[in-house]
Design a protein around this ligand. Structure first.
Ligand code: HEM
Length: 231
């Protein structure tokens, strides 16, 4: 794990103290994922329905969109795999998540104070991550079938039908997750959006939303004078 306190070598325990939540690499990768995903979303919707074909016009027209959609899909896959490389450990489902999941209603009602403590990511964030991770694997495999569709012999045409079906179902599942992700990240949880832009959160925010993670950061860099801290 790479999170630590920003400006001082040790935490002070002050509520307003800033803690590093996302490193620069994590943020750059996140926004690369966001841009490539949004491009695939716009062009994919344009291909899916004539009613949404106008979307292709804003990204250079149909043929350009058809050329770039698979390539940016590959770029998105690379960034999700990179994300997996960085966050795999933090995204494992734990007992704390199972306790949290039982009272998810409190989360929906924005009653975070009464939720059981969570680690760096909460159960909902982890579910979204795994949805995107397995979703992109399905999108990639089925996408290859659609990319080189003319190379699939007629006798194996069931592969074409399977590719279309899997691609559409996986795309819809990720779109549903994506909409919830944007809503939660921008409108519901104040301070989350700043963290994925600037990298930092306040100690207060960390305690409120991710108490176990905050405790872990404190353990690694305890306040000066606390038991076990370096003098
Ligand atoms: C415009 C699009 C997007 C916006 C506005 C957005 C917003 C955010 C925000 C605010 C956070 C920080 C949440 C927190 O720590 O409390 C975050 C984290 C994250 N984002 Fe995004 N995001 C976008 C696109 C994507 C895409 C396409 C992916 C696909 C993989 C993605 C995957 C993640 C993951 C896995 C995290 C960490 C866990 C989580 O908060 O769900 N994001 N995003």
């Amino acid at each position: 794990m790479s999170s630590h306190v920003i400006s001082t070598p040790r935490t002070t325990g002050e509520p307003g103290e800033r803690i590093l939540r996302y490193t620069l690499t994590e943020r750059v990768n996140h926004w690369f994922a966001a841009l490539t995903y949004i491009y695939c979303l716009i062009t994919g919707l344009a291909f899916w329905s004539p009613y949404m074909y106008w979307l292709a016009a804003i990204v250079g027209g149909g043929p350009t969109a058809r050329f770039w959609h698979p390539w940016l899909g590959v770029a998105f896959t690379v960034s999700v795999f990179w994300m997996h490389q960085m966050w795999d450990r933090d995204m494992q489902i734990t007992d704390a998540d199972r306790r949290w999941a039982k009272v998810i209603k409190l989360y929906i009602e924005n009653d975070d104070q009464n939720l059981p403590p969570e680690g760096r990511f909460n159960y909902g964030q982890k579910l979204f991550f795994w949805l995107m991770f397995y979703g992109i694997i399905l999108l990639l495999i089925s996408g290859i079938g659609l990319w080189f569709v003319e190379d699939i012999p007629w006798s194996l045409r069931w592969l074409r039908y399977l590719s279309v079906t899997v691609h559409v179902i996986a795309a819809m599942a990720t779109i549903a997750g994506f909409i919830i992700h944007i809503y939660m990240g921008t409108a519901m949880v104040r301070g989350g959006f700043t963290s994925i832009i600037r990298g930092e959160v306040t100690a207060d925010w960390a305690r409120t939303h991710h108490r176990l993670w905050h405790e872990e950061v404190m353990r690694r860099q305890p306040p000066p004078g606390a038991v076990g801290s370096r003098k």
